[in-house]
Design a protein around this ligand. Structure first.
Ligand SMILES: [Zn+2]
Length: 75
């Protein structure tokens, strides 16, 4: 078989190409790794965004409370 990266003939039993070191049949595997990485990244970004929104929401609540106090004492 041929290495999909460097195109050199490689023993099909090899897991890695001895010429370029890439994983044989690595295209699908690489794609799977990339997909998985993006999925994880997406989850991290989503999680981070939710956390930020929660922080902002908490701050808004405390600002509202401060405003209420201010309005009460101003009367
Ligand atoms: Zn190779």
């Amino acid at each position: 078989m041929k290495c999909s990266v460097c195109g050199k003939t490689v023993n099909a039993e090899y897991m890695y190409c001895p010429h370029c070191g890439s994983h044989l049949n690595g295209k699908e595997q690489l794609q799977a790794i990339i997909d998985e990485s993006f999925q994880v990244l997406e989850e991290v970004v989503k999680g981070d965004t939710m956390l930020r929104l929660e922080n902002i929401s908490n701050k808004l609540v405390s600002i509202e409370e401060e405003l209420d106090k201010f309005l009460l004492t101003a009367k």
